[in-house]
Design a protein around this ligand. Sequence first.
Ligand code: SAH
Length: 221
Amino acid sequence: MSLVSEPDYVLNQRRRMIDDQLRSRGIRDERILSAMAHVPRTEFVPPGLRDQAYEDHPIPLPKGQTISQPFIVALMLQAIAPQPSEVVLEIGTGSGYLTALLAELFNRVYSIERHLELAASAEHILVQLGYTNFEIISGDGTHGLPAHAPYDAIMVSAAAPQIPPALFVQLREGGRMIIPVGPSQAQQLQRVEKKEGLRLVESLEGCRFVPLVSDSEPGLI
Ligand code: SAH
């Protein structure tokens, strides 16, 4: 799903990202690698920083937010184990880069972003790239999106001191959630599975995400 034409050097940068940053560090899922080889990350990066789009680090966005490092994105995708028939809820659209990858790997994506400006920009880029199987909602994602629940998978791109209860409720039995949990300076990326209504939690990797900001949820920032 890409309607942009790209120069060879950009395609080469993206191929090098796949080999040097992802395959070499244990990302093995070929569906994820080919989605990441396909989605033009350059389009989601602020214009002045495009030459850094395929580098091995996060990139700043407007409103003090960031696009995650490619390896962390790949790790989150591998851990959520996307299936082409499934529906995913994303919290924290940011640039829309991960939303594009989720749209490649899932049947349908609902994505919530609290900054209207970021939500509008992500929507514009995704439409330009030809994606149709997504919806971006501007609002507070800590409450989830009950209208379309339960979800097969929930991907959270901002860090919470604890798993927001509403999100776990909206996960289907057997569903998976990926979420960075912990204080603002250092968190653990967690994989949470709902098994017989209980949380099965696995810690994946140390990480540092921007905070999940909630206006109303007790215990969240
Ligand atoms: N995966 C994104 C990066 C997201 S950065 C990308 O590929 O670009 C985290 C995003 O979460 C920020 O845009 C921030 O505004 C958003 N966010 C923080 N708290 C939120 C909340 N309660 N609801 C919805 N979005 C939130």
